[in-house]
Design a protein around this ligand. Structure first.
Ligand code: FES
Length: 108
């Protein structure tokens, strides 16, 4: 099976596409490929919120419900939007292949 691809869109419109194993997170994909804009200070522990990103439809609707910890941390991110997610909590599946993830202008 092919590895799902994630498309990262920078605030200036620049795009970069990277693959990741199903079961890993969007944060893993960003860190493995040096995607600027995902800081991920806590390394995926869901305690820092510096892995904030925006997820485009139709993929946003395919994601499982947020857990309470993610929802609580999202209250503190810079420029929260309805499509905000913490990338360390977004686990990639084959159904998410091609998912477009937008990076905020800054983390906090
Ligand atoms: S990496 Fe810290 S909350 Fe996601």
């Amino acid at each position: 099976m092919e590895r799902p691809q994630i498309v990262f869109v920078h605030p200036d419109g620049r795009r970069e596409t990277h693959s990741v194993a199903a079961g890993e997170t969007v944060m893993d994909c960003a860190l493995d490929n040096g995607v600027a804009g995902i800081v991920a200070q806590c390394g995926g522990g869901c305690t820092c919120s510096t892995c904030h990103c925006y997820v485009d439809e139709p993929w946003l609707a395919l994601l499982p419900e947020m857990v309470d910890d993610e929802r609580a941390l999202l209250e503190y991110v810079w420029e929260w939007r309805h499509d905000s997610r913490l990338s360390c909590q977004v686990f990639v599946t084959e159904a998410l292949d091609g998912m477009v993830v937008r990076l905020p202008e800054r983390q906090q």
